[in-house]
Design a protein around this ligand. Sequence first.
Ligand code: ADP
Ligand code: ADP
Length: 224
Amino acid sequence: IPSLRLRGVERRYREGDHYLEVLRSANLAIQAGEVVALIAPSGAGKSTLLHVAGLLEKPDAGEVYIGGVAAGSLDDAGRTRMRRMQIGFVYQFHHLLPEFTAEENIMMPQMIRGLDRKIAAERSRELLAYMKLAERASHRPSELSGGEQQRVAIARAVANAPKLLLADEPTGNLDPKTAHYVFDALQALVRASGLAALIATHNLDIADRMDRRITLQDGKIEEI
Ligand code: ADP
Ligand code: ADP
């Protein structure tokens, strides 16, 4: 069973008196442990694809399956639960909470899910150690470098052990050397935890190191 599957997904936006067809019959399957690059020019629909795959937007037609379960078969509460439990998000800008330490930021999604504080703190420290940030656990985001902030954001995204990681330009705000270091940490974490990852990037060097590359062509997904 793929961790993420899109079948015949369509998404259109109303533009005055007509519709802009951003996704037209988009099909995709990503298996556990696979890291897939999404490369396409601005406006091609990358964010739309990530939002639909991440259950933040509903498709106008077609179906999104997470771990074989059709999101369309769930009510809104069920979809929200599925998003919180099964999907992690990383953005270009880290969106860490500035008042909280690195460890507390990683605890947050686990506490929202209802995990015991001690268990959440332990898992956070494990993830920080994995990201080679053990000594930064009690630092606030403003006290961390850009690369360190992104590594905390990645740890937070996987804190609830999701099936799928969706990332929109996760290294877009970093210098090339830091971008490589952060991507390597992300890829190692994805592989070690048997996650599937879909990563939109303009960095072709980094895309080359992923397992597969896809693009959006006239609203359809093509392997490149
Ligand atoms: P990308 O991430 O590849 O730059 P997007 O998915 O953001 O592309 O956008 C694809 C197209 O859909 C663009 O032309 C954009 O203007 C349009 N679009 C995106 N979101 C909306 C929206 N909520 N309402 C109307 N048009 C949108
Ligand atoms: P910055 O954003 O300031 O470049 P990073 O987040 O990339 O910092 O690095 C944080 C920690 O990771 C530092 O202790 C640094 O020594 C280490 N580090 C950074 N890049 C590499 C690398 N390419 N190989 C090994 N360690 C690295």
